[in-house]
Design a protein. Structure first.
Length: 91
C-alpha cells in the first residue's frame, strides 16, 4: 500500500513539474508566496510540509527561468543599442 502512495506522489510531482513550466512569472511568484506563508504558519504534517517545500522549490525554479530569460533579453537589447568599438567611443 505504501508503494501506491509513492507512485501517486511521483505522478503528482511529474504533473506539478509539467504545470510549473507552463506558469507565467507572476503566477509562479504568487503561488510561491502562498507556499511560504503556509510553511511559516505551520500546522501541517511533516509530509505536507515536505510537499509544500518541494512545490516551492519548483516554483522558485520557474521564477528563476523567467528572470534569467528577461535578463538575457535585456542584455541583448542593450548590446544592440551600444555603438561598435571605435564608433563614437572618443566622445
Amino acid at each position: 500500500m505504501a508503494k501506491a502512495k509513492t507512485d501517486d506522489t511521483v505522478a503528482d510531482g511529474a504533473a506539478d513539474a509539467a504545470q510549473g513550466s507552463a506558469l507565467g512569472y507572476e503566477q509562479a511568484r504568487d503561488e510561491l508566496i502562498e507556499v511560504v506563508r503556509s510553511l511559516e504558519a505551520g500546522g501541517t504534517t511533516l509530509e505536507e510540509s515536505l510537499a509544500l517545500w518541494e512545490r516551492g522549490e519548483e516554483l522558485a525554479k520557474v521564477c528563476r527561468r523567467w528572470l534569467d530569460g528577461a535578463r538575457a533579453r535585456l542584455d541583448a537589447a542593450l548590446a544592440q543599442e551600444q555603438p561598435d568599438e571605435g564608433e563614437g567611443a572618443a566622445e
